[in-house]
Design a binder for this molecule. Structure first.
Ligand SMILES: [Zn+2]
Length: 154
């Protein structure tokens, strides 16, 4: 079973505490771990393709447009210095965007003297329990993101 499909099933059942909003091609969720404050994911609705280029051009364009709107909403909600975008899928081969609000200094001295992609920050720190949002801050983040998404997608 696919982890992303599991999370989407939870959204459909109303049991995914990270769910923010459904768009035409995917679901917006806040990340489980928030070392990078405002970390947001955009999960493609279907498991049937694993590469962007496998989608027909109309669907591909819509998925890309919606992803960029989600990134804009996250930038407005969480006010980073810069957004980072990742579409990976070696672990979970289900199209999903990782949208990271980045701030100067957010990887400490790791990487190239504190500069570089999120994956230069140690995984055990990034995914530690200390970087999990508590219930109140999770609600706050979801509300902020939803407000901006609603303003951009209506
Ligand atoms: Zn899947």
């Amino acid at each position: 079973m696919c982890l992303i499909c599991d999370r989407i099933e939870m959204i459909k059942n109303g049991t995914n505490p990270y769910f923010v909003k459904e768009l035409k091609t995917g679901y917006v969720v806040v990340g489980d771990n928030q070392h990078f404050y405002g970390y947001t994911l955009f999960l493609y609705k279907n498991h049937d393709h694993t590469e962007l280029f496998q989608l027909d051009m109309e669907e591909r364009t819509l998925f890309m447009q919606e992803m960029s709107v989600v990134a804009e909403a996250a930038a407005r909600a969480f006010k980073p210095d810069k957004m980072n975008y990742e579409l990976l899928g070696m672990g979970d081969a289900h199209l999903h965007w990782h949208l990271y609000p980045r701030r100067n200094g957010d990887i400490g001295d790791y990487g190239n003297h504190g500069r570089g992609p999120v994956w230069w920050y140690p995984m055990e720190k990034m995914y530690s329990d200390e970087s999990r949002p508590d219930e109140a801050s999770l609600e706050d983040m979801k509300n902020k993101l939803l407000k901006e998404l609603d303003a951009l997608t209506i």
